[in-house]
Write a protein that binds this ligand. Structure first.
Ligand SMILES: Nc1nc2c(ncn2[C@@H]2O[C@H](COP(=O)(O)OP(=O)(O)OP(=O)(O)O)[C@@H](O)[C@H]2O)c(=O)[nH]1
Ligand SMILES: [Mg+2]
Length: 435
């Protein structure tokens, strides 16, 4: 008897389409397409062909030119593609025109990313965030989705169809409002929890996806975090305490990676989880120093950070994976970084012994500059000053004398000024930088 084939879901056969603008170099164009292929792989689909066209500007009808669209149609038939994915955002009209002309499903990069997030979201908050982003993406494209379902509906469809469309729009609008409300509640609860930890020095790992943020988190904290050579390994942020040395602790948060053309709705929906980034005292911006496209990746991350309103936050650049570079390449990278970036930078590796030593030292330097360790002496009756030190700083030691309380504490610069102004309070220790 013939063996039956396993009844797994058929894998989507995908054609990737990229239409890089003329100013992009062929190498950059290839890299973008490679990244789209990795995203497609992450989504669990198989790339069977790719198509490229250099464009001065996208065409309103099909994004690519009409001739190229006809070529794509032939290719869809030839390879039996079940899905076509565009690297660029398609307007609702372009998506509709393409699906009609190609007679197959069409997605753009934003939809693909949303799809990956949807399959990877574990926490109920992440799931709500993804649903919100998907609904916002869907709303202006509802008409096309409907055409999809009722293709061949023909005569008499228009009237009831339009009514149905209106009903759907209202239902989706209500669901969006409901999701926003629920997410707001979760965000408020988190803000309350965070208040109790205001004194800690907070560092947020940020950067392009796959740069090695979670690996650094594991290297510094010993925490068992999820690491994978795929895009978007981390979705929900995770926070751990890291002791840089005795009396020098930071709270380190690992966040999900950024990517080129991250759908705008997604960034907005994930704002609440990125709140740790917004609240951070220091951004540890990780760059894959061994990736040929690192300058663009660093820039993309900077753009997302600017979107989040933290462009001016103290930042430490960490060029990771230097173990993959020769000595010559590493020297060239260091020189390039020194010329192009005014921010402090370290070069590191999570796989080489001692590969994170320079990063630890740099973090310690940042902690000392932003939270100097001081000796604070407070009259016993000034309970308010004492409470302020505990609330805003980190107390490392405490001695009670007859009329005074002496503390060794790390204090934020702003708090030092306020405390100094109080009668009877004296503060000694290294002068904070810039005062
Ligand atoms: N050679 C080398 N590989 C590294 C280094 N650091 C991380 N990797 C690898 O790079 C891949 C991505 O690492 P992750 O730590 O998951 O990257 P991430 O930045 O957290 O990725 P996302 O969560 O997707 O944003 C994994 O295969 C790691 O093993 C390094 O210093 N050297
Ligand atoms: Mg990660």
């Amino acid at each position: 008897m013939k063996e039956t084939l396993p009844t797994e879901q058929p894998i989507e056969r995908v054609i990737l389409v990229a239409a890089p603008p003329k100013e992009l170099s062929p190498a950059e164009g290839r890299e973008h397409l490679e990244e789209l292929a990795r995203l497609t792989d992450t989504a669990g689909a198989e790339v069977v062909a790719t198509l490229q066209q250099r464009l001065d500007a996208p065409h309103p009808k099909f994004y690519i030119g009409e001739g190229k669209a006809a070529e794509l149609r032939a290719q869809v038939e030839a390879v039996g593609a079940t899905l076509v994915i565009f690297d660029d955002e398609l307007s609702p009209a372009q998506g509709k025109n393409l699906e009609e002309a190609l007679r197959t499903r069409v997605m753009d990069r934003a939809e693909l990313i949303l799809d990956i997030f949807a399959t990877r979201a574990r926490s109920s908050e992440a799931q709500m965030q993804v649903e919100l982003a998907q609904l916002q993406y869907l709303l202006p494209r509802l008409k096309r989705m409907w055409t999809h379902l009722t293709r061949g509906g023909g005569i008499g469809f228009r009237g009831p169809g339009e009514t149905q469309l209106e009903t759907d729009r209202r239902i989706i609008g209500r669901r969006i409002a409901e999701l926003r409300r629920k997410l707001e509640t979760v965000a408020q609860r988190r803000a309350t929890q965070r208040k109790g930890r205001a004194a800690e020095f907070r560092v947020a790992l940020v950067g392009y996806t796959n740069a090695g943020k979670s690996s650094i988190m594991r290297g510094l904290s010993g925490a068992d975090v999820f690491i994978e050579d795929r895009l978007f390994a981390t979705l929900a942020p995770a926070t751990r305490a890291v002791a840089l040395e005795a009396g020098a602790r930071v709270r380190l948060t690992d966040t999900g990676g950024f990517i080129r053309k991250l759908p705008h709705h997604l960034v907005a929906s994930f704002r609440a989880t990125l709140e740790e980034v917004v609240q951070a005292d220091l951004l540890l911006h990780v760059v894959d120093g061994a990736h040929p496209g690192w300058p663009e990746q660093a820039q993309v991350a900077d753009e997302v950070l600017a979107d989040l309103g933290v462009a001016g936050r103290p930042q430490l650049l960490a060029f990771n994976k230097v173990d993959r570079l020769t000595h010559g390449e590493e020297a060239a990278l260091e020189e390039r970084v020194a010329v192009h970036f005014e921010r402090p930078a370290v070069f590191c590796s999570t796989v080489e012994p001692g590969g994170l030593d320079a990063m630890r030292a740099a973090l310690l330097g940042q902690l000392r500059a932003q939270r100097p360790e001081l000796r604070v002496s407070i009259p016993v009756h000034d309970g308010e000053a004492l409470a302020a030190v505990y609330r805003e700083g980190e107390v490392l030691a405490r001695i009670e004398l007859d009329s005074r309380i002496e503390l060794r504490a790390r204090l934020p610069i702003a708090a030092i000024g306020r405390l100094r102004a109080r009668a009877g309070v004296s503060i000694e220790g290294p002068e904070p930088l810039g005062s």
